[in-house]
Each structure stands twice: as structure tokens, then as C-alpha cells.
Design a protein around this ligand. Sequence first.
Ligand code: NAP
Ligand code: HSE
Length: 428
Amino acid sequence: MSQPLRLGIAGLGTVGIGVVKIIRRQAALLEARTGRPIEIVAVSARDASKDRGVSLSGYAWETDPVALAKRDDVDVFVELMGGHEGPAKDATEAALATGKDVVTANKALLAHHGQALAETAEAAGKVIRFEAAVAGGIPVIKSLTEGLAGNEITRVMGVMNGTCNYILTRMQDAGLPYDEVFEEANQLGYLEADPNLDVGGIDAGHKLSLLSSIAFGTKVNFDGVELEGIQRISIEDINQAASMGFKIKLLGVAQLTGRGLEQRMSPCLVPADSPLGQLKGGTNMVVIEGDAVEQVVLRGPGAGEGPTASAVMGDVCDLARGFRVATFGQPAAGLKDVPTASSNSPAPYYLRTSLLDRPGAMAKIATALGDAGVSIDRMRQTQHDSSEAPVIIVTHKTQRRQLEEAIAAMRASDVMASEPVALRIETV
Ligand code: NAP
Ligand code: HSE
């Protein structure tokens, strides 16, 4: 019989237990596909007494994930704890230092330390696989590193945070305000322990930075992602967008231009009838454009026990077969260090603000836009009360820089009653 592939799994939460269940349930299928048994030899989590709904009695228990990572009887260290410092980083480094490949679902760890970890892995002749870290059950890393390897990738974009997509679609479908839906998402257990990772766009930014690295052969540059969360999206924005034939999505876009690497993760208006516009709930979608393939659209569950464990197992099966692709699809030392470029491609923008209801207020706003070279396409004053006049403006194509200049001039005027919300309109 072929030698089994022996796993050490650190982290027995949603994803870790999902992996244990697949390995127990599908042992024969996994062996048939990879040509060798896949076995768990040891596991680690914080609380050894917790009932996790599945028997762990056949596995050695390690209280310290670093000790687990160093075990001689482990071939592959599976890191499913999370966090970009502390045990996840220490144990991953320990695993590489003691000659193990690593499989992880941890986008935060790789967004912050991916370059150094990939170089360490390479020096040791090992790889780090992370399919589950981006877009849950969608095999997007495999698509980029393998199926699309013959393409020069021109653009990657998508909806990569299921929680934000759930909040935005629920606001739309039920007509509920942000705070109420946020609380609902919290009750349903959708939010990360630090909810700002989700609603602040940080988790999705981590994912985008990993896709960029593979797509463009560049060093992971999470600090270069222009980040904006969904916290300021109101039901008024959702309704106004709908009345114009748009939906609001937290959309990531990355492209390599002559000026450098553009990466932005921000709420945008997208056509309601486009594939992105029709995306509901926790589903993710990644759109990849390449010079030969033109456009590939991948859609699927972005989170949850089954989908994320499915992605982890795809990586484990590759390692069982002896199939190793470099961590970011090419040798880490060769990844380019390109400058960060602010995304300045022109687009129409949606602008919502509220003015003090007095003569000349609207004229001052129009002047601020005109002076910055921003042309108004449509303008609407809504639901006025005695003192404030909410205003919706849609601009013609403009650069974000010009819009920011206009917004700065608006703020400096004496007619603003609220901080403007500006959302890019993407015609994808
Ligand atoms: P989770 O349910 O919170 O589970 C985390 C596990 O790690 C728990 O079993 C916990 O132990 C263990 N752990 C935490 N700190 C530890 C330490 N110091 N030593 C040993 N064990 C420790 O998290 P999850 O949702 O499974 O997520 C795991 C990873 O997958 C994260 O990187 C996350 O970003 C990523 N991910 C998750 C999803 C998803 O849908 N959940 C999707 C994609 C990627 P106890 O159980 O004893 O507390
Ligand atoms: N918090 C993440 C999401 C989990 O909502 O998409 C999956 O990475």
C-alpha cells in the first residue's frame, strides 16, 4: 500500500471540523483519487473538552499548535486557527522549518506575511496552499495558477465577502436599515469576531491582495489596497440605486497598469441585471479577464463549513498526489515589487449628501463640482424637511481625484448638513 499522507490540523472550529468530517466520510474516495490514504494524526485547539460533534479519539491532541507543527509524524500542517500574528504565524513558520507543506484558509496571515512565508517555504522546498482563503468554496486560486496560466491577466474583480453581500442584499430585499441587518447578521453568526474585518472591507481586501499577487506576478501588497467599507451605506442609497437600475455591492478590482498596481475594495453601484448585480446573500463571484481567454466568471459559496473544507481538501489532495505549485504561482523571489497606483480610471459616480435648506445652497454644490471639472449627469432633491434637503447627484465620468477635490470644497462651504457618500458606478 502507498504511504499515507499524514495531516496535523490546528484549529477545530467551523473549517477544521468540516475538514475532519470530509476525511472521515470520504476516506475511500480520497484514496481512490490520490492513490494513497489521507490520515489525520494529530489535532490542536484551545479547549480539549469541547464537544465538536465528531469523534476525535483516534487523533493525538496537542495543546500547543507549534508542537503539532513540529511533529515528526506529520507531513502536512493544516492551519485553520486564523489571525495574522501569534499561533497561526508561529506554527506555520515552525511547520516550514521542520520540512512540512502547509495548507491554510488564513487570508489575514498571507495578506500580511505571504511574501516572507512563501520565500521561507521555497527555501525549504515546500509550498503553502491557500485555496480556502479566497472566496470559500470557489476554486479561484487553482483557476488562476493552473487553468489560466497561459494568460496575461488584465483584470481581476469580484465580490469576495459573503457577510457584506448578505447585509447589502438583505437591506435591499427587506427594505431594512443597515444597523438592523448588521444586528441580524451578528445573531446569525455571520460576522467575524472583529466585525470591522467584514464590514470595513478588510477581509475582502486581504483576499484581493492575494489574487493580485498570483494574477500579476507581484509581491502581496495589502497596504496598497484602497479600502472602503459598507458601514455608511444607507437604505436611502440602496433605494436610490435601485430606482436607477443598480445594486450596491462591495466590489474589489485589481489591475496592473503602466503606473503600478491598482487595487481597490469599495462599495460600488453595478447594473442590477449584471451577474454581479444578481449575486445574492453569502455567495461570492470572481471575474478574471485574460488576454487569451477574455473573461471567466466563477460563482459559489464564499464561506461556511462545507464549502471552505472542500477548498482545503482540494489543496490536501494536490499534496497527496505530489502536485506542488509555488505558493503564488511562481517562485516567490521573482515576484515583482511594483509601485502602488491610485485607481484613477474615470467612472460615473453616485453622490449623496444633505444640504442646509437655504437659498443658493444647491448652487454652491454645483459650483464645487464644476470648479473641480466634474460634470453633473443627474441631480435630485429628495424628502426635504424644514431644515435639510437630501440631494442625490450622478456625475458623468470623472476621476476620483476630481470628485475628492469637489467634496473638499463642499465641506469647506457653509451649506453642508451631512458628510457626502460617494460611490463609483461600475458598468461591468
Ligand atoms: P473558528 O470557528 O473561530 O475556529 C478557530 C479554531 O481555532 C477553534 O477550534 C479554536 O479553538 C482554534 N484556535 C484558536 N486559537 C488557538 C490557539 N491559540 N491554539 C490552538 N487552537 C486555537 O474559525 P473558522 O471560521 O473555522 O476559521 C478558521 C480560518 O479559516 C480563519 O483563518 C478564517 O479566516 C478562515 N476562513 C473561514 C471561513 C468560514 O466560513 N468560517 C471561510 C474562509 C476562510 P477552540 O475551538 O478550542 O476555541
Ligand atoms: N467573513 C468572511 C465572509 C468569511 O463573510 O466572506 C469567508 O472568508
